[in-house]
Write a protein that binds this ligand. Structure first.
Ligand code: UDX
Ligand code: ADP
Length: 487
């Protein structure tokens, strides 16, 4: 096989880790990751990488300068490469046709145009970014319409299934690699070349090849299914809170059915991240465009339920704090959308914080990996506030959980960082205003122990906790009383 050089356009959460692992596993292939952002490339070439991902530093240290390079010289990298990954961002459109739902393909298009401008020789172009079904066709149209003599292209779809926080392990021990391509001899030959790259460490039976559109749709479908499980369990968490059932017990009982399985049944304050919401909105938009309104409405519910969960949790915090949080100091523990990442895209912590700020709360925020500048940017963004200066005055960002909780009325735990489980909660309690509240949006703390210390504890999917028993919703208590009277 003749893949000697790979270029990856986009040095983000997908391109960076993916190409680092390819370089690690394929020492004879020269991998160059390029980006239009000089700052990002400088970070990739520095001691402090632009993204936090367990295990990534070691892989980059081993390969950088050997067969892994980070560069802003896009033209040279494209010219030299046999295979080019497009790993640019595909955010949801914020204006125009499909606003708020369709994927914005402007970065993919500009990457395709750059390739068309700069490429010489035969190139395999691989879309890695999650894209709407049939996006490969658009890339191909751009490339073939601008084709220079002596240049030929094959387009493949090779969606990335890594999850942030476990990216390196997901890449090294991938459940499957999916490659979609044209059903022509040239298309099949290109698929084989990409298979050969992955076969350096992935068994051939875990490499699935399909047509391009199946591959594109499979990526959207996988994310939609995962998100649907979370929305399903979160919907039932509301029922638990109203009845005294416990969602962890329900999830365990349901997940032990081998047909269902235990993963992605952790009730939470809601899912975040750059993929789930974006991809489902994209799926909904595609269904509407295909005149499949019932299918669109079905998937839209997964998003609606997630919004409901975030709002419900925020409302519960306010209601418990005597229906007012004006001028109350509240600690936000965790700002990333999940543990082991510094990424805050669509983080439920943004929703919770914004709701509390709107109600006049003063927030003391701590996250082990999110940069303070990122928290500030997220909470002062025009999409969440019209009063950025007021917000700035209402938030303090701390460098540890103890200073972040000192003198506050309540702790709202938004991210399931391991270090939050082992904090000295007696020390924290001693430093807080009383009554001291904890709202565990991730169900990771030892609630009994916290209540013994004196905390008022509330969590997702369990009635209001008092020491030794759970709380029954008043409407259900009345209902039961009425039933008893009748019988
Ligand atoms: C996801 C997919 O898992 C991955 O395959 C795809 O390539 C990109 O999108 P990611 O968003 O990085 O990955 O993380 P994931 O672990 O899927 O978590 C997404 C969100 O769901 C997080 O906010 C997480 O906290 C939440 N979640 C996850 C739950 O609330 N409950 C669960 O049981 C699992
Ligand atoms: P993802 O999570 O999909 O990896 P990121 O936003 O983390 O998304 O990364 C995408 C990267 O792609 C960014 O660093 C951005 O600067 C880069 N990028 C976008 N368009 C281009 C382009 N036309 N040429 C080079 N880099 C690009």
């Amino acid at each position: 096989m003749v893949i000697n050089k790979i270029c990856c356009i986009g040095a983000g959460y997908v391109g960076g880790p993916t190409c680092s692992v390819i370089a690690l596993k394929c020492p004879k292939i020269r991998v160059t990751v390029v980006d239009k952002s000089t700052e990002r490339i400088a970070q990739w070439n520095s001691e402090k990488l632009p993204i936090y991902e367990p295990g990534l530093d070691d892989v980059v240290k081993e390969c950088r300068g050997r067969n892994l390079f980070f560069s802003t010289d896009i033209e040279t990298a494209i010219k030299e490469a046999d295979l080019i990954f497009i790993s640019v961002n595909t955010p949801t459109k914020t204006f125009g046709n499909g606003k708020g739902r369709a994927a914005d393909l402007k970065y993919v298009e500009s990457a395709a145009r750059m390739i068309a401008d700069m490429a010489t020789g035969d190139k395999i172009v691989v879309e890695k970014s999650t894209v709407p079904v049939r996006a490969a066709e658009s890339i191909l149209n751009i490339l073939r319409a601008n084709k220079k003599p002596g240049v030929s292209y094959q387009i493949l779809s090779n969606p990335e299934f890594l999850a942030e926080g476990t990216a390196i392990d997901d890449l090294i021990n991938a459940d499957r690699v999916l490659i979609g391509g044209e059903d022509s001899p040239e298309g099949q030959a290109a698929i084989e070349k990409l298979c050969w790259v992955y076969e350096h460490w992935i068994s051939r039976r875990n490499i699935i090849t399909t047509n391009t559109w199946s591959s594109e749709l499979s990526k959207l479908a996988a994310n939609a299914f995962l998100a649907q499980r979370i929305s399903s369990i979160n919907s039932l968490s509301a029922v638990c809170e109203a009845t005294g059932a416990d969602i962890s017990e329900v999830a365990r009982a349901v997940g032990l059915d081998s047909r269902i399985g235990p993963k992605f049944l952790q009730a939470s304050v809601g899912f975040g991240g750059s993929c789930f919401q974006k991809d489902i909105l994209n799926l909904v938009y595609i269904c509407e465009c295909l005149n499949l309104p019932e299918v669109a409405a079905y998937w839209q519910q997964v998003i609606d339920m997630n919004e409901y969960q975030k709002s419900r949790f925020s409302a519960k915090v306010i209601e418990s704090l005597f229906n007012t949080v004006t001028d109350k100091k509240i600690t936000i523990l965790g700002f990333a959308f999940k543990k082991n990442t510094g990424d805050t895209r669509e983080s439920p912590a943004i929703h919770v914080s914004t709701t509390l700020l709107d109600e006049g709360a003063k927030l003391h925020i701590y996250d082990p990996k999110v940069e303070p500048s990122q928290i500030l940017e997220d909470l002062t963004h025009p999409s969440v506030t019209e009063e950025p200066e007021k917000v700035k005055k209402s938030i303090e960002i701390h460098s540890d959980a103890y200073t972040a909780t000192k003198g506050t009325h309540a702790i709202v735990l938004c991210t399931e960082w391991d270090e939050f489980v082992t904090l000295d909660y007696q020390r924290i309690y001693n430093g807080m205003m009383k009554p001291a509240y904890i709202f565990d949006g991730r169900k990771i703390l030892d609630h009994e122990a916290l209540m013994k210390i004196g905390f008022q504890v509330q969590t997702i999917g369990a009635g209001r906790l008092s020491y030794g028993r759970s709380w029954l919703h008043p409407s259900l208590a009345t209902l039961l009383l009425q039933c008893n009277k009748v019988h």
